[in-house]
Design a protein around this ligand. Structure first.
Ligand code: SN0
Length: 312
């Protein structure tokens, strides 16, 4: 594995989960692996969990970290090839990525989609440009279309909390006032497709995700029916994919309640808007796994960094 930018980069999810659980049980056994190695974390967007858990993962491996908010703190980066740079961008990604590679042994990047230009978002030009012009491995900390560190942490969490051999897992859309990315949902879907689970997606009409991601996964427009006998309910808002980036529905009937969940475990990547996506009683109740999901972000990242360090 040269870079980690997708759940598709995981060769054997069962083995990865086992390795992540070993790291969680004994986080400092590879403390020597990262000695004198540096990871640079570059954020084009806000972050709480990703920023801290990825640093924590690096610390556990003995690495040094450098963190930068690119939007605002760095020079405006130009991504276009052959552009006459007489506008607002001050340096080209060709120099920026090459320079950063002099200081870092691994580069991690967060770059959200525009949600207005589907083609541009799907080109993943920010992440791909870093990969093209950096001379060290690149890790996605959520790109325009995928959030593979979250998807891996979610697989670990489900594995830890499964009682039945083949649990029923539901991914449910829930309402939000803003237009949100598809990345978390996409990576969760890819991750569940690799696991031995019964998996179903539920959302209102108009919220169909990219068919290249959902493939033959069952989709239901009836949330109540989808939740029946569920072991895990993963909730996430995303904007429309077909009517790209639009908010088509804010129907509060899709909000997740304690009553709807029954005995199912509740999952969300966070940050979550209380009483819009899910009611307080769920997050404050004992069936919520959200804090454990966030905890597992450290071991997902630690496993990925360990693999990249061992490669180099
Ligand atoms: C991001 C998303 O992809 O949906 C990051 C999740 C890890 N979430 C948001 O942007 C939520 C913003 C909000 O205002 O609720």
């Amino acid at each position: 594995m040269k870079n980690y930018t997708s759940i598709n980069d995981i060769d054997n999810i069962g083995v990865w989960i086992k390795e992540a659980k070993m790291l969680k049980a004994d986080p400092y056994i590879y403390k020597g692996l990262g000695t004198n190695k540096t990871i640079g974390l570059f954020f084009f967007n806000a972050s709480l969990r990703t920023r801290l858990s990825t640093q924590k993962a690096a610390f556990n491996l003995g690495m040094n970290t450098m963190v930068m908010n690119v939007s605002g703190d760095a020079w405006g980066i130009e991504f276009g090839d052959g552009t006459i740079m007489n506008g607002t961008t001050a340096e080209h990604i060709k120099e920026a990525a090459a320079v950063v590679s002099q200081y870092c042994d691994i580069i991690a990047v967060r770059a959200f989609p525009t949600l207005s230009d589907k083609e541009k978002d799907e080109s993943e030009y920010i992440l791909k440009s870093f990969i093209q012009y950096a001379t060290v491995p690149v890790v996605s900390m959520e790109s325009a279309t995928e959030h593979p560190l979250q998807g891996l942490a979610d697989a670990i969490t489900i594995s830890e909390h499964s009682i039945s051999k083949r649990p029923k897992v539901v991914l449910s859309w829930a309402p939000h006032v803003k237009s949100l990315p598809h990345a978390v949902a996409n990576s969760f879907i890819q991750s569940m497709q690799k696991m031995d689970v019964e998996f179903i997606i539920t959302h209102p009409k108009g919220y169909e995700l990219n068919p290249k991601i959902t493939k033959n996964t069952t989709v239901s427009y009836n949330q109540e029916e989808a939740f029946k006998d569920a072991d895990f309910v993963y909730v996430k808002n995303w904007s429309s994919y077909s009517d790209y980036g639009k908010v088509l529905n804010t129907d509060s009937n899709w909000m997740v309640t304690k009553n709807k969940l029954g005995n199912a475990k509740f999952m969300h990547c966070l940050p979550v808007r209380r009483n819009l996506i899910v009611e307080d009683a769920v997050l404050d109740g004992e069936n919520s796994l959200v804090i454990e999901q966030a905890n597992n972000r450290t071991y997902a990242a630690q496993l990925v960094l360990k693999k990249l360090l061992e490669n180099g």
